[in-house]
Design a protein around this ligand. Sequence first.
Ligand code: XLS
Ligand code: NI
Ligand code: NI
Length: 445
Amino acid sequence: MSEFFEGVSKIEFGGPECDDALSFKWYDAEGEVEGIPMRQHLRFAACYWHTMRNTLGDPFGAGTARMPWDDGTESLENASRRVGAFFEFLSKIGIDRYCFHDRDVAPAGESIEETHDNLNQIVAVLEGHQRTHDVRLLWGTACLFDHPRYVHGAATSPSVDVFAHAASQVRRAIDATHRLGGEGYVFWGGREGYDTLLNTDMPRELKHLAAFLRMAVAYKREIGFEGAFYLEPKPKEPTTHQYDFDAATCLNFLREHELLDEFSLNIETNHATLAGHSIEHELHVAAAAGALGSIDANMGHPQLGWDTDHFPTDLYVTTAVMRVVLQMGGFETGGLNFDAKRRRGSFEPVDLFHAHIAGMDAFARGLLIAAEIRKDGRLDQMLHDRYASWDGALGRSIEAGEATLESLESHAMQSGEPALQSGREELLHALVNQFVGGSSGAARR
Ligand code: XLS
Ligand code: NI
Ligand code: NI
């Protein structure tokens, strides 16, 4: 088979001092943190759409990405060759999971039957490569936002016929995910939202969305697909308002429609910031509900709006993410999917390696720093101590639902003006900086 990334060999761990750009400085796959190999903590996945299909075009200019494996046609031959290039990339970078949209692996046909047939053929190709490369599918999904028929939404389209098309597409995408042994399946409502309320019956659309998801759950049972179902929150873009706005909105929707047992969330950093939250906020909201399923690892840019999907290189971000992941005891079915794209100027195939190395090293370092913060214990202790007054009899009675407004009033009368403690915010930031700036950070082998 032909080689597409010539001159790039398997990326190895070289350590922080290594001056080879094509080596990991921090990501030591088998190195142990808290007794578990890094690769198991991090469960990295590469995404097919940005890695293989993003030409790096923007609204002002054409694509720049050089893709020697791609002849630009919609042929199945081209689609299979692309899969070959993707798996060469995965094995050289050392990532053993991936995610895809149905339409970016296989081209649409003239009819539903032809489209399904195309997908089946490419799924067979993916299946073969998964086996020979020992790679797993983290999650699959359906692209319900690109085709013009979804202009007004898919499961929330005002047209029932469009809804039916979307149902068929999701059915086949779940089939494909199931056949490829997917550990999960994502619902990202790209156009499930509105551009203006002047033409939108929001409550009705939301009911349709719930009906759609219920059918997907029924189908999952029917075919015996045991992977996780995730909703991926995002507040806007492409629509003005997206129904899966943020983690809290998604959880409320799932609860209202009695779907909370069937779904968890796939939280994306850049979507969190678009919603006006930090990634920690979104992860904490999801984790508190026992619904932190998986993570789309990227980040935005403070000077740019929208979902710029930068590769995650900010150590404060990766540290914050890994603190939450460690605290919840690791992923079950999820992982860290690089839903990230290179900048338009990084157009050479080798830039795919630089970009993923940057993201993997930033997360490896975030993991090491998070583990050191946990081992040190001061941060957790200070958080714990802040609530110490709740550990007494009074606090416990309130938390157990046994107190009343009257009983609390008599306590307040006896105890007088409460003594307050400083929140020590600046001290806490300085403490975090001691680790982010000073980590020696070697994993144990
Ligand atoms: C787009 C979303 C998308 C999902 C998968 O903003 O992040 O890429 O992850 O459909
Ligand atoms: Ni995403
Ligand atoms: Ni996104």
